[in-house]
Write a protein that binds this ligand. Structure first.
Ligand code: DGI
Ligand code: FE
Ligand code: FE
Length: 195
């Protein structure tokens, strides 16, 4: 499918305002890929598709999780997590996207995961910092993202984890694992540069 058709397919899934966010993530992910040595074309595609199922009705997402064998554990956590997994399933099913790296970046863009790929990191960070995002701490994330991908991403996860804690919500285990991994990588890089 060419780019214009993909864009049209994505626009059909969501209100205009949500598409403006997606367009911001696309531009940001493309820049981050160039900055940090990622594949800009894959970043473009994964960013375009990342919120494909975001505006789908909850009962539709729940049904797909149950019937298509997506991780049932998701149903025990915040509904906000569902659109990422459902979206990865849907873009394969409806748009014929087969690139596993791209599908993973869509699937894990909300929670993160252990051993996040560069593409996972780029999409997740772009989602946090695209120009229309406004939340306490976003300016710091944008600053860090000028040079430090992992630090910026940890700052993003920290803000989400803090937000969830403040509201008395559960935290999906992959988010903790993702953050632990990144924190260890940052520490290891620090030690290596001292030597
Ligand atoms: O879809 P977006 O709004 O663009 O952003 P997203 O896919 O990162 O979704 C973020 C929402 O998910 C945010 O409001 C927090 C919520 N959420 C609920 N439980 C968890 C979670 N986010 C993470 N990372 N981990 C959770 O356990
Ligand atoms: Fe999302
Ligand atoms: Fe998003």
């Amino acid at each position: 499918m060419d780019r214009e058709l993909l864009i049209e397919a994505v626009k059909r899934q969501m209100p205009e305002k949500r598409y403006r966010h997606v367009a911001g993530v696309v531009d940001t992910a493309y820049v981050l890929a160039q900055r940090f040595g990622g594949d800009p074309d894959k970043a473009w595609l994964a960013a375009l598709l990342h919120d494909y199922a975001k505006a789908w009705p909850t009962d539709r997402m729940e049904r797909i999780i149950r019937e298509q064998g997506l991780p049932a554990e998701l149903l025990d956590y915040d509904k906000e997590l569902w659109h990422a997994h459902v979206g990865a399933w849907a873009v394969r099913e409806e748009l014929g996207i087969e690139d596993e790296e791209v599908l993973d970046a869509v699937r894990y863009h909300t929670s993160g995961r252990e051993r996040m790929t560069l593409l996972d990191r780029i999409v997740c960070l772009a989602d946090y910092m695209e120009p229309s995002r406004e939340f306490p701490g976003v300016a710091r994330i944008r600053e860090l993202a000028e040079h430090r991908l992992n630090e910026a991403l940890v700052a993003g996860f920290d803000s989400t984890i803090g937000f969830l804690i403040e509201r008395g919500k559960t935290i999906f285990p992959l988010t903790i694992l993702a953050r632990n991994d990144l924190v260890r990588e940052i520490a290891a890089a620090g030690k290596a540069s001292e030597r």
